[in-house]
Design a protein around this ligand. Sequence first.
Ligand code: EPU
Length: 340
Amino acid sequence: MDLRIESDVDLTRLNTFGVPARARALVRIGDVRQLRAVVDHPRLGALPKLVLGGGSNLLLSRDPPGVVLKIEIGGLRVLRDDAQATLIEAGAGVAWHELVCWSLEQGLPGLENLALIPGTVGAAPVQNIGAYGMELAERFESLDVVDLTTGRAATLDRATCRFAYRDSVFKHALAGKSVIARVRLRLPKPWRAQLGYAELQRCFERSGVREPSPREVFDAVCAIRRAKLPDPARLGNAGSFFKNPVVNRTIRNEILEEYPEIVSYPLDDGNYKLAAAWMIEACGCKGRSVGAAAVDSRHALVLVNRGGASGAEVLQLAQEVREAVRKRFGIELDLEPVVV
Ligand code: EPU
C-alpha cells in the first residue's frame, strides 16, 4: 500500500497552542490499513512515532523525533439501540465536539456536559476528558487500537483502559505503543440531566428552568465554557495545563487551616481534589508571563500563547508556576498535556 509521506512539515497549525515545531516526516492516517502500512514500512516502521489528534492536549517544546501520525479516521454511526441504551461509534479523527453535536441531532443525548471540549474522539480516552460533572469513562463502552510495533488490532474494554481523573492506560503502559482507531460510547436510557456541577445548577436556578432538555444543558455548558475558557482558535492554549491535585484529608485540613477560603471537593474515596486554579491565583501567578507565554487572565489553570510564544517558553512558565505553588502550598502540580 502506498503511503503519502510529507517531509519537513510545519506543526504550528496542528497544535492548539500554536507554538512552532517541525516534523521531519508526517503521515495522514485515514484508516487502519494505513496504520498497518506505517508499522510495516521499511523506514518508518522503526522510527519513534508521535500520534497527533487535534493537537489540543499537547505541548511541543521541540521538534518531535521520528514520524508524526496525524489521525484522520472518520465515521459516525449508531451501532445498537435498545430499551437500556444506545451504542454509538466514532472514528478517532472526528472532532469531539462534532460527535457531541451529531449525537444530539440524532436525538441521542448523553454527552452534552462534554460539549466544546477541544480535540478529537481518539484523544478523548487518553486523558479521560471531563467537564461539568461528567467524565468520558461514564459513557465509555470500548475502543479499537492498533499496536505500533506489531500492527495488530485489538478491542479494549473499560476496565483495560484503567480510566482515572485525567488518566488512562494510554498515559502509562500503552503510552506511545498503540493508536486508538475507533471509540464506542454507551448513552444510557432514560436520559437524565446531570447537574451536579454547581455552576450548571445555578445557571438553571437563575433561569427558572426546572427540567432542562438535553439541548438546554448543551447550551448552558457551551455558555459557561465560552465565558471562562479562552477559545484556542483565537488564543493558543491547551485547556487546563495542570491537573487538580488530589490529597488526603490530613493534608487538606492542614492547608485549610492556613487558607480557609481554598476551594476543594471531597472525592468518593475520602481524598480531596484541590482547585489548582485557586492556588495558582493565590500565588499571584495569574497573568504572569515568560515571553509571549502567559497564565490566562481569566482562568489561572490555562496557559496561553499571546502570539509568537515558543513551546520552551510555555514550559518555562509552567515550571515557574509549579515552583510557586510548591513553595506556598507544598503541593506538586502535575501537567495535563503531553509534553514533547
Ligand atoms: N478559580 C480561581 N481562579 C481562576 C479560575 C478558577 O480561583 O482563575 C477557582 C474557581 O472559583 C473555582 C475553582 O477554581 O472555585 C475551580 O474552577 P473551575 O470550576 O473553572 O474548574 P477547574 O477545576 O479549574 C476543571 C477541569 C476543566 C473543566 C472544569 C469544569 C481539570 C484540570 N480541569 O477545571 O477541564 O472544564 O473543571 O468541569 O480538571 C481541561 O481539562 O482542559 C479543562 C478545561
